[in-house]
Design a protein around this ligand. Sequence first.
Ligand code: ADP
Ligand code: MG
Length: 602
Amino acid sequence: MNTFKDLGLNDDLLQAITDLGFTKPSEVQEKAIPILLNSETDLVALAQTGTGKTAAFGFPMLQKIDVDSRTTQGLILSPTRELCLQITNEMKLYGKYCKGLNVVAVYGGSSITDQAREIKRGAQIIVATPGRMKDMINRRLVDISKIQYSVLDEADEMLNMGFKEDITDILSHTPEDKNTWLFSATMPREVATIAKKFMYDPEEITVGKKNESTSNVSHEYYLVNARDRYQALKRLSDANPDIFSVIFCRTKRDTQKVAENLIEDGYSAGALHGDLSQNQRDLVMKSFRNQQIQMLVATDVAARGIDVDDITHVINYQLPDEIETYTHRSGRTGRAGKTGVSMVIVSKSEVRKIKSIERIINQQFEKKEIPDGSEICEVQLMSLANKIHNTEINHEIDKHLASINELFADTDKDELIKKFFSVEFTRFYNYYQKSKDLNVAESSSDREGGRDFSRGGKDSTRYFINVGGKDGFDWMKLKDFLKEQLGLGRDDVFKVETKDSFSFFNTENELKEKVLAHFTDFKHEGRFVNVEVSENRGGGGRRDRKGGGKRRDDKRGGGGRRDDRKSGSGNRSDRRKSEGSSKPRRSNSSDFASSRPRRSRR
Ligand code: ADP
Ligand code: MG
């Protein structure tokens, strides 16, 4: 086995490597570093996330550039600002003994003039996101005409995110004879095309099998009713007291909501999505890195490439739209040789996607049951017992011992232990005492055709609209119509149900005024279309109402009751009674992120 020294790295770098505590090179480093150090060549390297790619290109680049010159010699392109900052930090750490080194991060959402000023001071290496880099070039704030080494990091993700044109444009401003090093976890055709277009006879290295996801991640799925998703999430968390996880949602709105609910329910959680300010995102990421936040709820885009070690679980609160994205999600755990679990909460309508994912990751899922209350109580109790057992005694207590002893003079050890544990345990016990079984038996019937019935309840408004099947609408057409009319996004209209001559749909409460205003005196193809608020919020379950469709079609929407009360079975208020609002509150529930004491690392 080679050491870093054997690979040909110089003393400045070796010293930094020792400081970082890297003892031996990873496979991709062992393969890439000698090639890049010893020849002027292009390179295509395929390796999963977490295999140490940053150092694989970072060390050689640092060794090859001239730190005495202020010319920009190296350009690293990466898909997101988070990754860009991460790489910049790593490069600074690797190069901390390279005197005069200046690595500058260039990314959107932060002052472009500040970044330009930093570059002017003499940046030998720029780490950039494609969008901002292109901006900088167009505004002539940066000169990359003397680049010798360019890196395309996470090339597959950059292309996924639609950066192909930006990359092409940026590279056209760099010299022909530079070397390009492309790093990617997978090799889809677009990456191969880019490689062909920009590279000259590249060396190729592959670590592990192509397109195979990290095998120290195990995959599990849990089948629940869509409306029980959130309860299931809480149980999975409660059953894993030391969880340190990323929870993926499909939309920004769901991400925000799940995070808010978790925080409200006393979990240490935070949200990461594109609607937050840079500052908020940085804070959340910092708390997460420090493990002050146990559960980071994120969208796919915002979480791209997040490199935080020790993530124990990835939880797919909802499956991604594109099943390929699953690989990127699950790759957030099981990093740096550790094991991890990727969990998927699925409803019946999505369960068939599991099969397709299995084919992509070339690994089997295990179907598991959402733990019941007694299991969770046991886990929590034992976790508490272990924590107490391993706690270091704080001798500040000594001086109060006399009075405490006095209070417990008549309590024997058994009783004392029971009392002591009850302080924490009763909270979980009471909460889960009334809990129900969330698991759903798997069967192929009762498919919901991919519709999302998971939302609803007090935060959403259900509407009646006096058009339906007779008017040529099925639920998809009606959803499209409403989105277009109201100028809304894909997830803003949900639970669309069409009957023969009328239909129902939901939006979040905050859209109520807009919806009602839009459909006041509204005519579509010559007839009045009327929308009114329905009394029922629409739940899961069977939606066929007896005699549905027989209703009189009133052009102004009058006549008849406008609730579909009888059809919904999953009424939110019923559920709340059993396991909704009376959650087991953590003792320090309100002070989630920053003020929470740092968790001990596993
Ligand atoms: P990738 O880009 O392949 O996803 P990173 O370069 O982000 O992986 O590295 C993943 C983690 O492994 C980082 O925390 C990094 O500091 C660490 N790491 C990299 N190389 C080594 C090594 N040789 N020994 C130990 N840890 C390493
Ligand atoms: Mg990386």
